[in-house]
Ligand binder design. Structure first.
Ligand code: PEP
Ligand code: MG
Length: 320
């Protein structure tokens, strides 16, 4: 099994019925990207750009950011998709040099795209660095913590302005679906976003109103809760109606138990940590999408995460 998994890891991922499912990686920098490619990743589905901004006294300037993005783009080459998430700070991710107000509920405050839109001077530098550094490859920019279509519009206007100023084409612009309002209005977002990537970690936190880092709630804060699955399904349906691809880049994408459910709900891209790439490809290869769709319809009728997990455990036993 190990040998066949290794062989499969080197090939593009397909389901048993022949559908193309992209298995890509979550990375921080070029070193991670190279490691992910060696593990069989077909590209990068989430580059968490905040790692460039972390643990320092001042923000990286345009040249430094452009060089870092260029290094990742070069590692991937012009053909492989590179999805770079714009700065996602605030909430659980503070920045020492960015004076964000103290908040009673930081997870419900200035986070993700809200920070970028509140600090256009910071956002503008990042957009220019992305266009200059990674604009040549198959670049996709992705906005974190989008709550509704107005944020996407505002970000697109800023992106287009910088692209025009540099005389280059704007890359594809997508949104993370990690706030329930974004999933619930996915049809409106899909009309204007180029793709969706579901951040199941935050989507679970906000749907269940359970802090993602809460030790006492860890067992209940389950991304396989039927409420989260319904939002994943709504997102995938809206994306597909508008011809947009829909991926998952939260931790649930790397759980082999969850993969048949995600595929059945209409997800076609899974972005996972490098060490999970081979197993994810092997799980994908064992699935028929038609069967997964029937499974997903069944799961959506269940009432609890425990029932979903029990059904998926049976499925896994029958399809291993
Ligand atoms: C998520 O929320 O699922 C996600 C991928 O983003 P992060 O874990 O970086 O918040
Ligand atoms: Mg998130």
């Amino acid at each position: 099994r190990q040998a066949s998994m290794q062989a499969a890891a080197a090939r593009p991922a397909h389901s048993r019925c022949g559908a193309r499912i992209l298995v890509v990686a979550n990375v921080r920098h070029a070193g991670d990207a190279r490691e992910a490619l060696a593990a069989g990743a077909e590209g990068v589905g989430l580059l968490r750009s905040e790692f460039l901004f972390d643990a320092r006294d001042s923000a990286p300037d345009e040249a430094e950011q452009a060089a870092a993005y260029a290094e990742v783009a070069e590692a991937l080459g012009p053909q492989r998709p590179l999805v770079i998430r714009t700065l996602d700070v605030g909430g659980d991710k503070p920045l020492p040099y960015l004076p964000l107000p103290r908040e009673d509920n930081p997870f419900l405050g200035l986070r993700g795209i809200r920070v970028s839109l509140a600090h256009p001077e910071l956002f503008r530098v990042q957009l220019r660095a992305l266009l200059r550094g990674a604009g040549q490859g198959d670049l996709h920019l992705m906005l974190p913590m989008v709550a509704g279509v107005e944020e996407l519009r505002e970000a697109r206007t800023l992106l287009q302005r910088e692209a025009d100023a540099l005389g280059v084409a704007a890359p594809k612009l997508g949104v993370m679906i990690e706030v329930p309002s974004a999933a619930l209005t996915a049809d409106a977002l899909a009309a204007e976003a180029d793709f969706f990537s579901i951040g199941s970690n935050d989507l679970t936190q906000y749907t269940l109103a359970m802090d993602r880092g809460h030790a006492r709630l860890a067992a209940q804060a389950d991304a396989l809760h039927p409420a989260v699955l319904r939002l994943v399904g709504m997102t995938a349906e809206a994306g597909s109606r508008h011809g947009r691809w829909v991926g998952v880049c939260g931790a649930i994408a790397a759980d082999p138990l969850a993969v048949p459910a995600l595929l059945g709900l209409g997800v076609t891209e899974l972005s996972v940590p490098a060490p999970a790439v081979a197993a994810t490809k092997a799980t994908v290869a064992a699935q028929s999408l038609e069967d997964c769709r029937a499974l997903a319809a069944e799961l959506l009728r269940l009432g609890t995460a425990a029932e979903v997990r029990a059904r998926l455990a049976d499925w896994e036993a029958a399809h291993a």
